[in-house]
Design a protein around this ligand. Structure first.
Ligand code: SAH
Length: 243
C-alpha cells in the first residue's frame, strides 16, 4: 500500500519551501498538481512521473492520488502555501474517507500567503486576526458577509484570501463597505501581490483608498484593527508592550 504526501510548497520562492517539503517530493514516484505550482518545483521532479492538471479539478486530482497510492506508489500532491489552508489537504482526506481507502496520508505544512504577505508589510498580524476567503464558489456569500461583519465588530485584523478575480469583482467592494461600518476610513490596509515570489509588489493604503489599487487572485489584502499603525513605511499592529 502506498502513501500520499500533501505538500505545501510555500509562496513560490524556493528559499521559503521547507526541507521536509523537498524531501517529500524527492521521495515520491509521482507528482500531481496545478501546472503553475509544478513549474515552481521543477528542480525536484526530474525522473518522476509528473501529472499537471487544470485549476478546477481538485477532486479528480485527489481521486487519482488515492488510485496511485492504492497501487503502491508514493504520491506528492502539491499545493501552494499551506495545503491545509484553502488547499488540497481537506479534499484528499475526505476522498480517502469516502472511499474507505487504507492508504497513508501525511500533510506537510508550508508558509501560507497570509504570513508571507504580513512579512512584506511589516507586522500587521501581531494581535488576533481572522482569515476570510472572498470566494463564493464553495461558500454562500451570505455566510461570508456575516463573517466579515462579525470579524469587523470583533476588531480582528482581517486577511482576505481570493479577494477578486476576473469574474468576481463586487465582493471586495461589499467587504469594504461592511468593514467601514465598524472601522474608520483611515484604517491601514496592506495589499501584497505575489508575496515572496517573482513579481512581488506591495502598497500600504487605507480602507478609504484601497479600491484604487489593483487587486486580483495573486493578491492578499490585510485590513488593520483599530490599533494598527503605519510606522517607518511598515504596517504594525501593536501587541500592547509598554515601550
Ligand atoms: N493554500 C494557499 C492559499 C490558496 S487560496 C496558501 O496557503 O497560501 C489562493 C489565494 O491565496 C489567492 O487568491 C491569493 O489571495 C492568496 N495567495 C496565494 N499565494 C499568494 C502570494 N504569494 N501572494 C499574495 N497572495 C497569495
Amino acid at each position: 500500500m502506498g502513501k500520499v504526501f500533501v505538500i505545501g510548497i510555500g509562496p513560490g520562492e524556493e528559499n521559503y519551501m521547507a526541507p521536509a517539503a523537498k524531501e517529500g517530493i524527492i521521495s515520491s514516484d509521482v507528482i500531481i498538481g496545478y501546472k503553475t505550482y509544478i513549474d515552481l518545483i521543477r528542480p525536484f521532479t526530474e525522473g518522476k512521473k509528473v501529472i499537471d492538471s487544470g485549476m478546477k479539478k481538485e477532486i479528480e486530482r485527489c481521486n487519482l492520488a488515492v488510485d496511485l497510492a492504492e497501487e503502491g506508489a508514493t504520491v506528492a500532491l502539491v499545493s501552494s502555501g499551506d495545503p491545509g489552508i484553502y488547499g488540497m489537504a481537506g479534499a484528499l482526506l475526505e476522498v480517502k474517507h469516502e472511499r474507505k481507502s487504507p492508504i497513508e496520508v501525511e500533510v506537510i505544512p508550508g508558509v501560507t500567503a497570509v504570513s508571507a504577505a504580513a512579512a512584506v508589510l511589516g507586522a500587521p498580524l501581531m494581535h488576533d486576526f481572522a482569515v476570510i476567503s472572498l470566494s463564493d464558489l464553495l461558500t454562500d456569500w451570505e455566510v461570508i458577509k456575516k463573517r466579515l461583519a462579525l470579524a469587523g465588530e470583533g476588531d480582528f485584523v482581517i486577511a482576505l484570501y481570493n479577494p477578486k478575480s476576473k469574474g468576481r469583482v463586487t465582493q471586495i467592494e461589499e467587504a469594504r463597505n461592511i468593514l467601514l461600518q465598524h472601522r474608520k476610513s483611515t484604517t491601514p490596509v496592506g495589499i501584497v501581490r505575489n508575496a515572496r515570489r517573482q513579481g512581488e509588489e506591495m502598497v500600504i493604503t487605507t480602507l478609504e483608498e484601497m479600491l484604487t489599487h489593483p487587486i486580483d487572485m495573486f493578491t492578499m489584502v490585510i485590513i488593520g484593527n483599530s490599533n494598527t499603525l503605519v510606522q517607518d513605511g511598515k504596517m504594525v499592529t501593536p501587541r500592547g508592550y509598554h515601550l
